[in-house]
Design a protein around this ligand. Structure first.
Ligand code: SAH
Length: 349
């Protein structure tokens, strides 16, 4: 028993863990050990970020996508998805609304939609930065070429989220069609880092064919890349996709992995995701208590919320941005945390 506690201490001390310790921590039924892991991770986050939780306003601006990822509800082959795009004006309206609600980071997320050329993205980013120079802009629009990433950065984008999805190439091939390249996704992440973005990678917990070995690779990849952000959330099936009947990932595994990631990479910006809030009513609060320090309430217009359906039963699709904002504040206060009204940049530690 004592030995198991030492595993947690060792992760904290060495910022590393071995394959066996990972499996033990993900399978243990020892409640005291689980709590010890979460407490260590929570203390680590508090040491660096205090009891502040950073909020990011998520704007889901297009659900058109040229890719066909087997898990994703907005994949191009999903004929049931009702497609939409927000105009620049609509996006700027979301930002205006968000700014008044205290958001100082806007995350523009979407499918890989050719309508938004480099020029259109640059134009949008620079206009947001012109109107709100005290805000950070995060892009999450998938794989592009280096020169595009450079142009977005020059236009003022501060951060880029591109989940690697899995660090195991064989596993990657089981989640994506032949035409998608593991190498290219990895190359994109390296380029984003080089260009100078605060860069986020990440993966789904419990994605089909995931094993302890692939998770171990994911954690080692995070150790190597040293991203400023890591996004993880449970896989949740979407019924109109090839993985529609697969099993969902669990909250328990997600919480344990959040804690492990916090200990491996103490200063990382780590969201308690909407997917975690979807599989359990208190998922995001529990995520924060397991070491996460970011939440991303939705700023998208209510009229399109329901359509950005990466997975089924997504929460908050009927709520106005203001409701989401204040609901989140109450949720965080209920566990002793404060929502921070600032950019919430990465802290080097
Ligand atoms: N197109 C962009 C971002 C869009 S989706 C990109 O490629 O980065 C954002 C994330 O949602 C994906 O990276 C994926 O990890 C997650 N996601 C997609 N389908 C999901 C599902 N069924 N369950 C849980 N998460 C999912």
């Amino acid at each position: 028993m004592q030995r198991n506690y030492e595993i947690v201490d060792r992760i904290e001390r060495t910022r590393n863990l071995d394959r066996e310790s990972l499996e033990l921590l993900l399978t243990t039924e020892d409640g005291a050990l689980r709590e010890y892991l979460a407490a260590k991770a929570r203390e680590t986050a508090q040491r660096i970020y205090g009891n502040c939780v950073y909020i990011r306003g998520l704007i889901e601006f297009t659900n058109y996508c040229k890719n066909d990822c087997y898990y994703c509800g907005i994949r191009r082959s999903n004929g049931c998805a009702e497609r939409y795009r927000l105009s620049e004006e609509e996006i700027l309206n979301c930002c205006k609304n968000g700014y008044e609600l205290g958001f100082r980071t806007f995350v523009l997320q979407g499918g890989e939609d050719g309508f938004y050329t480099d020029e259109r993205i640059c134009e949008m980013v620079s206009e947001i930065k012109r109107r709100y120079p005290d805000c950070a802009v995060t892009l999450s629009i998938g794989e592009r070429e280096r020169k595009s990433y450079e142009a977005f950065f020059k236009a003022g984008a501060d951060r880029y989220l591109l989940r690697h999805e899995t660090a195991d190439e064989a596993h990657y091939k089981k989640l994506h069609p032949e035409e998608m390249s593991f190498q290219h996704r990895m190359q994109c992440l390296a380029e984003l880092k080089e260009i100078g973005y605060q860069t986020g990678c990440g993966f789904m917990v419990g994605s089909p064919y995931q094993t302890f070995d692939t998770l171990y690779e994911d954690l080692q990849f995070i150790r190597e890349l040293q991203p400023e952000m890591v996004g993880i959330g449970p896989f949740i099936p979407q019924k109109d996709t090839p993985f529609g009947k697969m099993q969902a990932g669990t909250m328990e595994q997600t919480l344990r992995l959040l804690s492990i990631i916090r200990l491996l990479h103490p200063s990382v910006l780590l969201p308690a995701t909407t997917a975690l809030g979807t599989i359990h009513p208190k998922g995001r609060e529990l995520g924060i208590l397991a070491g996460a320090n970011v939440v991303m309430p939705n700023l998208s217009p209510v009229a399109v919320r329901e359509k950005y359906k990466l997975y089924d039963n997504k929460i908050c699709t009927g709520d106005e941005a203001a409701e989401c904002r204040y609901c989140m504040e109450r949720r965080m206060e209920s566990i002793g945390y404060q929502v921070a009204v600032n950019r919430g940049d990465f802290k080097n530690n």
